[in-house]
Design a protein around this ligand. Sequence first.
Ligand SMILES: [Zn+2]
Ligand SMILES: [Zn+2]
Length: 123
Amino acid sequence: MKDLLLELIVETKVCKICKLEKPLDRFYQQGRKSLDNRCKACANEGKTWRRRERKKYEHLDTGFCHCCGRKSDSLHFDHDHNTKKYRGFLCHFCNTGIGKLGDNIEGVNRALRYLERHEEKNG
Ligand SMILES: [Zn+2]
Ligand SMILES: [Zn+2]
C-alpha cells in the first residue's frame, strides 16, 4: 500500500527515445524550467554515439563550415536525425539556422520560397 502511494506522488515523464515512463529526476534539467525530452540513460548514450561518430569523421573537419564556409574553431557535428547518418560539420549559425527551419529540405525550401517571393515583388 505504501509503495503505491509513493508511486502516485512521484511525477513522471515519458522519454521520447526509449518511450519509457520514468521519474523526473531521471531527466537532465535543460535551462531553468524545462527538462530534456530524453531520459539520462538515452541522453548519455546519444552523447557517446555522437563522440564516436565524430571521431570517425574527424578528418573531414576542415575548420570551415560545410554550409557557408565560415571559419570556426568549434564546428558542430551534424547528422540526419532520422537516418542518423553523418551530414557534415557546421558552424553555430548554420546549425541552429537549419535546425530552426525544421532540420530538413522541406523547411529550408519553404524559407527559400518565401525569400524568392519577396525578391520577385521588389524586382
Ligand atoms: Zn530514454
Ligand atoms: Zn556556416
